[in-house]
Design a protein around this ligand. Sequence first.
Ligand code: BT5
Length: 241
Amino acid sequence: MHSHKIHHFKSLTSTQDKAKEFAKKGLSNVIIIADKQTKGRGRFKRKWFSGKGGLWMSILLKPEYIQNVQYLTFAAAIAVAKSIKKSAKLSTSIKWPNDVHYKGKKLCGILTECIFGNENFVIVGIGLNVNQNRFPDGIRNRAASLKMIKNKKINIKKLTKNITDEFFILYDSHYSRNRLKNILKIWKKYCDTINKNVVITTRTKKLNGKAIGVDQNCNLLLKLKNSKIIKIVEGDIRVRY
Ligand code: BT5
């Protein structure tokens, strides 16, 4: 299995930024963890609230050849869902493309970024709400921490180890060996977006339809009312139960 080095910081702007600094030095297989982030970010430069109590980490990788990196987002989500089950005895679900949630409340978000150059790097950022007691007004209704759900403190260190172990198992045995279908197969077991009526908001439009699957590039396949099937590459999903 991959050996990796963990760098732990009390506070960072963003673990993604620190991982980029490491990449500039040519380093990889490095995990950056911060107790809090002052400028944590989500997709599309959105703010990610990352006060003390959460798990904020970035995994810096230098894959031999970069294949569809969306599979690494999927692998991270699987690793998180599996580890939550193990550490907190809680069954969670994955929402396409990058959330792990419990009953519709977001527990974890994943941000995968690439650096292309002479050498190519991938940074998989994982933000998991673990022991926070409250959230800011803007996300209070949509976010949850494991502690808020389980009513007890969760050991972050153990959880972090579980997540990285699970992630590297998927990375070494499937992603690096080009067995991407295997990742998709496992991901589907945890994903609760498929076969649901959904509303998708992309940067340019809002779409209603039924999520009927994902293609080999991890895009969501959406069946519209007129039965046309379209491919969604990025966007936010609201599931209509
Ligand atoms: C994500 O973006 O879900 C990816 C979040 C990745 C965060 C990790 S932490 C370690 C690493 N370092 C970073 O700087 N980032 C990564 P997205 O799908 O765009 O969701 C962002 C939205 O989630 C925001 O607009 C809020 O509505 C909501 N949000 C913000 N903070 C949250 C939190 N702590 N818990 C739940 N939801 C949150």
